[in-house]
Design a protein around this ligand. Structure first.
Ligand code: ADP
Length: 508
């Protein structure tokens, strides 16, 4: 009999062998992987946990929704838990790995058809494995003047995976979930559901109107384990006639509150077209330097060490990168408006800087962060603040103090969408060093606890932290989520532990 390195919990080696044989019958032996050597590409842990915590039992990769349905039936029969990923590039949140050990990764990258692009309505319908690069190339090849909005892992990642995680980017369409429209979802019990207007035979409005009739369900399939999304509608941005990217820079560390107070009205009244990102100088320095070149002291990097390399490059302690979009005359007018506003807050403004993510150019620049230390240790701490200077400054003070105490460098990259600031603070650490791994984990856990104690919630979190984050958002929410889970996935086979949602005990 085949030897498996890891078995799904509660499933015997014999049962798993039979399930694997059925998987092979569904998708072909070449698309089922179970040996440790074969699983290596899916097992990159960046988070501060031991690799074993998330070890998958296998990987299976279907090529069609029909194959996926057959696979799911096998999983239901043998109670094999499966963790769907679209492209598995969820770096710093878990990559392709499941939240608990012994799940089979359902890799959907072979479901990679661009089903439709409508250049009039400016919409698309894609399968899970379609990458941003692929869709970008398609638009170019067909001369369709629509822009994409990329998340940090840009070319490699998928609109599906990133939208389902409610990720964001840097154009006016940066709210990816806000700009999706219509889903096809395979529920845990095998039901194939189309949300919105997707249930109307022959409709041409599925990607035009999100809300459909009755309860609006799409949200329950994001950051969720209630279903496997097999098709996703997207709204795409018409290429703007003109655009101009700016960098506003404040010369003092205390400027962060002033910066937020200046940005908010310009975002709310639509002057600034994209979220923009407010970053500290340390984060910007990761694009130019490795840590060892800048700082060899103990503990977190000092402000003085950061200033020593940032100042010669003309980088101030706080920098806001944002863009204006629209007709040239509107950009001219808005340039005057933003210049007056930022200068009044003590900032210097540089026009015409190049930010690929704001202008439909693919880049992996954001992940120069991984070179800071090397070894691939990265965990995004992602608290939400109401959009006030006082809150963002308070969060930063609190985070800085906790990170200093644990010897972790303080990086901050805050984005502005609606009434909130996603105040994302990556923890970058040497994952090869067991002590540093432990410190990073302790730091992250303390950040979670102390932020929640101040009334702050979290935009997203990585595997390993999901149970704790779910607990912090309240027992009632978790209980309702588990009841929905039971209704839609009665055997509890879909991604147990995703967002802290585990199947109820006593599954049938
Ligand atoms: P990307 O590579 O686009 O950044 P991933 O494919 O890694 O994103 O997906 C991120 C997470 O979103 C996964 O870990 C999983 O929890 C969830 N997910 C991804 N694709 C699907 C899908 N098609 N259906 C349900 N959940 C999904």
């Amino acid at each position: 009999m085949e030897r498996f390195a890891v078995l799904p919990p509660g499933v015997s080696a014999g049962e798993f062998a039979r399930a694997v044989a059925e998987f092979r019958a569904c998708v072909g032996a070449g698309h089922v992987y179970v040996t440790p050597e074969q699983l290596v590409p899916w097992t990159q842990v960046m988070l501060p946990f031991e690799d074993e915590a998330f070890a998958p039992a296998g990987v299976v990769s279907p090529a069609s929704v029909e194959e996926l349905q057959r696979l799911l039936a096998v999983c239901n029969r043998y109670r094999v838990p499966v963790w769907p990923v679209s492209t598995g590039r969820n770096f710093g949140y878990g990559s392709a790995l499941p939240a608990t050990r012994g799940q089979v990764i359902l890799d959907l990258k072979r479901l990679n058809r661009i089903l439709e692009v409508d250049p009039v309505l400016c919409t698309a319908l894609v399968e899970p494995g379609v990458t941003y690069q692929q869709l970008h190339d398609y638009l170019r090849e067909h001369n369709i003047p629509l822009w994409l909005d990329f998340p940090a892992p840009g070319p490699l990642a998928s609109p599906m995976g990133n939208t389902l995680e409610r990720g964001g980017g840097q154009t006016p369409y940066g709210d990816h979930f806000g700009n999706c429209c219509g889903m096809e979802v395979l529920l845990g019990d095998g039901t194939l559901l189309r949300t919105g207007l997707g249930g109307i035979a022959g409709t041409r409005s599925w990607q035009a109107y999100k809300y459909g009739f009755g309860p609006y369900l799409d949200g329950i399939f994001t950051q969720s384990n209630f279903g496997i999304v097999t098709k996703l509608g997207l709204w795409l941005m018409p290429a703007p006639p003109a655009h101009l990217t700016f960098l506003a820079m404040w010369p003092d560390r205390e400027a962060v509150a002033r910066a937020v107070e200046t940005i908010r009205p310009l975002r709310y009244d639509g002057t600034i077209g994209n979220f923009g990102v407010l970053v500290n100088d340390a984060l910007l320095m990761t694009s130019f330097h490795r840590r060892a070149e800048v700082y060899t002291g103990t503990g977190a990097i000092s402000d003085a060490a950061v200033r020593a390399v940032a100042a010669p490059r003309g980088i101030e302690p706080w920098c806001y990168l944002f863009s204006l979009y629209g007709r040239p005359e509107l950009i001219e007018l808005n340039t005057r408006i933003v210049t007056t506003a930022f200068e009044a807050s003590g900032a210097r403004l540089i026009a015409g800087v190049h930010d690929p993510m704001s202008i439909n150019e693919l880049t992996l620049q954001a992940f120069s962060l991984l070179n800071w230390i090397g070894s691939g240790g990265l965990a995004w701490f992602a608290p939400v603040a109401p959009c006030t200077g006082a809150d963002v400054a308070k969060q930063n003070r609190l985070a800085r103090a906790i990170m200093d105490a644990h010897g972790m460098d303080f990086f901050s990259g805050a984005t502005f969408n609606g009434r909130e600031v996603l105040n994302v603070m990556p923890l970058v650490f040497n994952r090869d060093d067991a002590d540093e791994r432990r410190r990073a984990r302790a730091c992250f856990e303390e950040l979670l606890t102390r932020f929640a104690a101040e009334g702050y919630g979290f935009y997203r979190t990585g595997i390993g932290f999901m149970d704790r984050v779910a607990e912090l958002h309240g027992a009632t929410l978790l209980d309702v989520n588990r009841r929905i889970k039971r209704a839609l996935d009665p055997n509890g086979i879909l991604a147990p532990g995703k967002s802290g949602i585990h199947p109820l005990p006593g599954r049938t």
